[in-house]
Ligand binder design. Structure first.
Ligand SMILES: O=C(O)C1=C[C@@H](OP(=O)(O)O)[C@@H](O)[C@H](O)C1
Ligand SMILES: C=C(OP(=O)(O)O)C(=O)O
Length: 450
């Protein structure tokens, strides 16, 4: 929901070895899509393992506002009784997507080709983020929108009464933009074609196929071309949400840098469009293994085992890998700080338009804790200090960004003096059990007086 309560300062103090199993919650991207596609299908979609973080709960509320029946059975089990493609009702209230870029952008796409009007808002972070990247292609379908200057929320979208399909080359590497166009294409007649120059997470495509849409992906000279045939009848599904690799990143990276650690993170989805961090860590010399590698629901899944890795080396992260690890750069920069040599991260301009400007937020906080960082518009370089050499001791700002908060709490596990995050409450958007889960492994994180 829009606006956060009282800030929750949190302190992380150097700890002994992290050990045990870390059962991280369900995948956030897949959780949003399960609710939205469930709402656009006919029949009862049963979802198990839904991430019950604030971002996803806001999407659940939004789907109710558009007319779907959404039932929480408890323990991550949910049902969605959908209204079918083109069946969204006009909400009689403002849709508050809280902190969630994925939520607002996908929902805008899903309603933009129906003859209804909806107004969207979010928290102070979301209301600063660019929406024109979504409303521009939605306008080509015939939808109109008016928001604050710079294409910011709050924003009203008037759906197209007579949508036309399109062929659209996504100008930025963004799964949210691609997904918004595909979801809008669902209620347009004929074929909607989306081309992405860089492959981004493909959960929307996989799930649309699973719900019975006709969708074909092929590689072309222009990039990945996705063709969706409009106005299908989507059929309700039973979805088991895999656990989130972006959340797994935190216990994995913590285990790699805290001496003596050995942590198992079971059942992590390793879809290649999401697993770039783990490849990068292994290239840096991380003792990170995939155990029990298997296929589940058409996706590779493994139990990740991460052990303390004393000889981490800085590397140049290939820019073409950026999309597959875009949310993991903040915590990678913490591992980079503990390595020897420089870790060079290029082609990451998108980091500047997330919940915060993540390059700026991390660079400022890392410098305050004694780590050297250089940065430019679409790159940054962290110079590793080696194990045990990071002073720490600073209080950093999380800027309403869950990944910034969690990354600095991981940093504090290895610094000479504790690291404090001014507000850890945003962690509840994606990883509500972060604090008890990390404490159970042995981390010393605690709410601290403001
Ligand atoms: O489609 C999705 O579920 C997401 C796409 C990415 O955003 P962009 O599409 O802005 O790159 C990612 O950063 C976000 O956490 C989730
Ligand atoms: C960028 C993120 O999410 P969103 O864009 O959905 O707010 C994230 O979870 O790191």
């Amino acid at each position: 929901m829009s606006g956060h309560g009282t800030p929750v300062p949190m302190m992380s103090t150097a700890c002994g070895p992290l050990t045990g199993e870390a059962h991280v919650p369900g995948d956030k991207s897949i959780s949003h899509r399960s609710l939205i596609l469930g709402a656009l299908s006919v029949g009862e979609t049963r979802i198990e393992g839904l991430l019950e973080g604030e971002d996803v709960l806001d999407t659940a509320r939004a789907m109710r506002a558009f007319g779907a029946e959404v039932i929480d059975h408890g323990g991550g089990a949910w049902s969605v009784f959908g209204v079918g493609v083109g069946g969204f009702a006009e909400p009689d209230q403002v849709i508050d997507c809280g902190n969630s870029g994925t939520g607002v952008r996908l929902i805008m796409g899903a309603m933009a080709t129906s003859p209804i009007t909806a107004t969207f808002t979010g928290d102070a972070s979301l209301n600063k983020r660019p929406m024109a990247r979504v409303t521009d292609p939605l306008a080509l379908f015939g939808a109109q929108s008016v928001g604050r200057s710079g294409g910011r929320l709050p924003m009203t979208v008037v759906g197209a009464a007579d949508p036309v399909p399109l062929r659209y080359v996504v100008p930025v590497p963004s799964a949210q933009v691609k997904s918004a166009v595909l979801l809008a294409g669902l209620n347009a007649p004929g074929q909607t074609v989306v081309i992405e120059r860089e492959a981004t997470r493909d959960h929307t495509e996989r799930m649309l196929a699973g719900f019975g849409a006709e969708i074909v992906t092929r590689d072309t000279d222009e990039g990945r071309e996705i063709t969706l045939t409009g106005q299908p009848e989507l059929v309700a599904q039973h979805i088991v949400v895999p656990r989130d690799p972006s959340s797994a990143a935190f216990p994995v990276c913590a285990a790699l840098i805290v001496p003596g650690s050995d942590v198992l993170v079971p059942n992590i989805g390793l879809n290649p469009t999401r697993a770039g961090l783990f490849t990068t860590l292994r290239e840096m010399g991380a003792d990170l293994t995939y155990e029990n590698l298997r296929e589940e629901g058409g996706e590779p899944v493994a139990d990740l085992r991460a052990r303390f890795s004393p000889d981490l080396k800085g590397i140049e992260v290939p820019p073409e890998r950026a999309a597959s690890m875009i949310d993991e750069y903040p915590v990678l920069s913490v591992v980079a700080a503990c390595a020897t040599g420089r870790t060079v991260m290029r082609g990451v301009k998108e980091l500047r338009v997330k919940e915060s400007d993540r390059i700026e937020a991390m660079a400022t906080g890392l410098r305050a804790n004694g780590i050297s960082v250089e940065d430019g518009p679409d790159w940054w370089i962290v110079t590793g200090q080696g194990h045990g050499n990071i002073p720490g001791g600073a209080t950093v700002a999380s800027h309403l960004d869950h990944r910034i908060a969690m990354s600095f709490l991981v940093l504090g596990m290895v610094t000479q003096s504790p690291v404090t995050v001014d507000d850890a409450s945003p962690i509840a958007t994606s990883f509500p059990v972060f604090e008890p889960l990390m404490q159970a492994l042995g981390a010393r994180i605690a709410r601290s007086p403001a």
